[in-house]
Ligand binder design. Structure first.
Ligand code: NAD
Length: 318
């Protein structure tokens, strides 16, 4: 099996490359390091079955030789990143998705789009199942990401209908684990780096907004299962265990030694109030369910950050 992982030097992509290599696949990682880091895949470069191509997937893209699957994870993914890179985010979701779909079609490969729970926007339905169409502000401060992914889903669907491309769509909910960037603005790395430095842990709003956090190992397992099926999706991948941001902050503080104070900062506009996946389809179709308990996964994440003290930029967790 030869797999192209676009965005393979990012947080999720690097774990995915690692898992595919462990499963015996050959991996071609394509990344322009817009938000990813070469360091994420450096340990893999000694592996004979791993190849790293520094490429922007919005440009012409050809991969020599056979390809069995194209996994499209290329996109800024954290609010801090996509707000700083709005045009790049829209370009990779539209033009980049088109290039990778064309590649998959030419190679007769399975294509999997890493879409997002953000396609549901600030949801009016809870929990979110795949049939829900979402509640998205097309001109709001998150629109460059939400609409890029919604367009990417539409393009993927049209490619399948028009060319018979073997496509699949997964909608990923909040994922955490080692290799998140300390400064990417997402709640877990923000809280962990603040608590480890004994600085105030900044909870947005009153902290009553909820998220459901999936460990990256569980997510990667779902992606690999989707790659091996022919189903078009969309399929939600996430952990249905929902908690408030304040509960998360308290748990992180406890795991980091219990001394950091918690403070409250203004909540960003259009921040979703609730988020929880309905994973019935993933369970039935992929025989998948998350297995890593939050306290255990967070403890492993804290251990990883503890070994790499980075001066954190202060910022609200979302
Ligand atoms: P990330 O920023 O760590 O990784 C994205 C990777 O894509 C980076 O390595 C970046 O350099 C690369 N990239 C961006 N634009 C590119 C381009 N034009 N050409 C080549 N490479 C490019 O983000 P992540 O958290 O690993 O997310 C991976 C994917 O999963 C994204 O598509 C994201 O939308 C999706 N997703 C992630 C989460 C999450 O919680 N992490 C949730 C929902 C969806």
């Amino acid at each position: 099996m030869r797999v192209v992982v676009a965005g393979g030097a990012g947080f999720v992509g690097s774990h995915l490359c690692e898992r595919l290599l462990a499963d015996g696949a050959e991996v071609v990682c394509v990344d322009n390091f817009l938000t990813g880091r070469p360091g994420n895949v450096d340990p893999l470069r000694a592996h004979g079955a791993f190849r790293l191509l520094r490429r922007d997937v919005t440009g012409p893209l050809d991969i020599a030789g056979p390809v069995d699957a194209v996994l499209h994870l290329a996109s800024p993914a954290s609010p801090v990143d996509y707000r700083a890179l709005p045009l790049e985010t829209l370009a990779v979701g539209s033009v980049g998705t088109g290039r990778l779909l064309d590649l998959a079609r030419r190679k007769g490969a399975r294509f999997v789009l890493a879409s997002t729970s953000e396609v549901y926007g600030d949801p009016q339905v809870h929990p979110q199942a795949e049939q829900y169409w979402g509640h998205v502000n097309p001109v709001g401060p998150r629109s460059m990401y939400d609409e890029a992914k919604r367009f990417a889903e539409a393009l993927t669907t049209a490619h399948r209908a028009t060319h018979g491309t073997r496509t699949g769509i997964v909608r990923i909910f909040n994922t955490y684990g080692p290799r998140m960037r300390a400064d990417d603005g997402r709640a877990v790395p923000t809280f962990v780096t603040q608590a480890l430095a004994d600085r105030p842990v900044t909870v947005a709003g009153d902290g009553s907004q909820t998220r459901s956090l999936c460990h990256v190992d569980d997510l990667v397992d779902g992606l690999v299962r989707m790659m091996s099926r022919e189903h078009p999706g969309p399929v939600n991948l996430g952990n249905p265990h929902e908690l408030t941001m304040l509960e998360l902050a308290r748990l992180v503080v406890r795991l980091c030694g219990g001394t950091a104070p918690i403070t409250f900062v203004p909540r960003p506009p259009d921040d979703p109030s609730v988020r929880r996946p309905d994973v019935t389809v993933a369970r039935e179709l992929l025989d998948w369910q998350p297995r890593v308990e939050l306290a255990d996964g967070l403890a492993r994440t804290v251990a990883w950050f503890r070994e790499r003290p980075v001066p954190p930029r202060p910022g609200p967790g979302y």
